[in-house]
Design a protein around this ligand. Structure first.
Ligand code: GLN
Length: 460
């Protein structure tokens, strides 16, 4: 992996140029093409941007992220680069503008190398639902990288860029970060603008960074964060609170019953991290995160309901590549343009919103959402942060869960509740299991405690 904060010193002292680094990354992308991490590589564009960055270093005009080589998940608009959301229905689509988060990074000096592969419309946990082929885990190419932002996680893990952007609706940044051994951060809802992010479930969607280190993730986050006139749900950057010392920090940990379903190696890593924090002086407080049987069902009802509405625009008439038919263009387009998982979600979402079932499913899920948010508010009166696993298992074999959607959906058990409540959560790599596969642990904190969550995770 290549760290921007380390490279920046080399760029500044002249021992490495941005152009040299870009050439290394382009060569690595070509050498590792079998990982299928990228859907589009903009070699000419990134070379030109790198040359301009080198010029700025020479002139002493380097901006905070000057020469940070950035990969962007293919559900975020970058003007001049195609965007497919890994779907056939958006084949050949060229966005007319750049997402705010990306724009801010470019304005701070980042150079965009390309667009990364993902689960179709960000629906999945394994990157197997992409219309453009599975992404492979660099630690073991027979295994999935996680999803839906698998390409972005792999791009960082395999050293194909400095940092990347993902989107996290129910875990799609943190889960692939854990599977690939990188840092993945989902900020507080609204702190990073969603303008230019293709909506999956608007009330749950978040944009966030992948990076090799916590310092790198923080550097990217700091630049992206803040209110945006183009996203009415965005909020100003939370005021940086002084970080309480680890000594005396109250860290909530899960009682045993919540983690017995995890792989033994993950349970061991969890116990070791708790012990480490205890030795650093943290007060370890066992907490009960209630309604846990409701987390995944609540997420899948709300996410599919919102998706069925958000994806209605892709009909081959207003949006999306048209699949011609003499009878019904819309049906033909949506049947051939969307893959199986997306169609499953649209059908489920339409069902839970339909007049006869709306109260039984959608309204109840909204009530459950309130209970889950209240549960977190209550827990955060007792502790400063919560430490929990990111995933119950390490990266699984390609194909292992494809025939069982419910098993796939349950792999989001530890991540979805943070989206339901909108709280910040980061996955940090803590080592490998006996098979040599990465393990990630997760730190969650109260709304707007983004800086504290990152600082505690850095200690973990
Ligand atoms: N894995 C979850 C899902 O399939 C989360 C996806 C996401 O966060 N975009 O919906």
């Amino acid at each position: 992996m290549i760290s921007f904060t380390e490279d920046r010193q080399r760029f500044l002292d002249g021992s490495l140029s941005v152009s040299q680094r870009v050439e290394q990354c382009l060569a690595a992308i070509a050498n590792q093409a079998q990982l299928n991490a990228f859907l589009h590589v903009d070699a000419d564009g990134v070379r030109a941007a790198a040359a301009a960055s080198d010029e700025r270093y020479r002139a002493g005009l380097a901006r905070p992220l000057e020469g940070c080589i950035l990969a962007v998940k293919d559900n975020m608009s970058v003007k001049g680069m195609p965007m497919t959301c890994a779907s056939r229905i958006l084949e050949g689509f060229m966005p007319l503008y750049t997402a705010t988060a990306v724009e801010r990074l470019i304005d701070a000096g980042a150079v965009v190398i390309g667009k990364t592969n993902m689960d179709e419309f960000a629906m999945g946990s394994s990157n197997e639902t992409s219309a453009y082929g599975v992404v492979r885990n660099p630690h073991d190419p027979s295994r999935v990288p996680g999803g839906s932002s698998g390409g972005s996680a792999v791009a960082v893990a395999a050293g194909l860029c400095h940092a990347s952007l993902g989107s996290d609706t129910g875990g799609s940044i943190r889960q692939p970060a854990a599977f690939c051994g990188v840092v993945g951060f989902k900020p507080t809802y609204g702190v990073v603008s969603r303008y230019g992010l293709t909506a999956f479930a608007s009330s749950l969607d978040h944009v966030g960074p992948f990076a090799p280190t916590m310092a790198d993730a923080q550097a990217v986050f700091d630049v992206m964060a803040g209110a945006d006139a183009m996203d009415s749900t965005s909020v100003p950057t939370p005021e940086a609170q002084p970080m309480p010392p680890i000594d005396g920090l109250k860290v909530g940990v899960l009682e045993e019953s919540y983690i017995t379903g995890c792989d033994q190696d993950i349970q061991d890593a969890y116990a070791a991290a708790i012990e480490k924090l205890r030795q650093m002086g943290a007060t370890i407080v066992p907490v009960q995160l209630q309604h846990e049987q409701a987390w995944v069902p609540t997420y899948f009802i709300l996410a599919t309901a919102e998706a069925s509405s958000n994806l209605a625009r892709f009909d081959g008439v207003r949006y999306g590549k048209r699949f011609e038919s003499d009878v019904d263009i819309v049906t033909e387009t949506r049947s051939r343009g969307f893959g199986t998982e997306v169609q499953r979600r649209i059908m489920l979402g339409t069902y839970v919103l339909s007049s006869g079932y709306h109260d039984a499913y959608y309204t109840r899920a909204q009530k459950a959402r309130r209970l889950i948010a209240d549960m977190y508010n209550n827990v955060f009166t007792q502790v400063d942060v919560i430490l929990l696993p990111t995933t119950p298992t390490s990266a699984f074999e390609i194909g292992a869960k494809q025939s069982d959607p419910v098993a796939m959906w349950l792999s989001d058990y530890y991540t979805v509740s943070a989206n339901i409540a909108g709280i910040p959560a980061v996955s940090v790599p803590v080592g490998t299991d006996t098979a040599g596969l990465p393990i990630g642990l997760q730190v969650q904190g109260p709304v707007f405690a983004d800086a504290m969550v990152l600082a505690v995770a850095a200690q973990v």
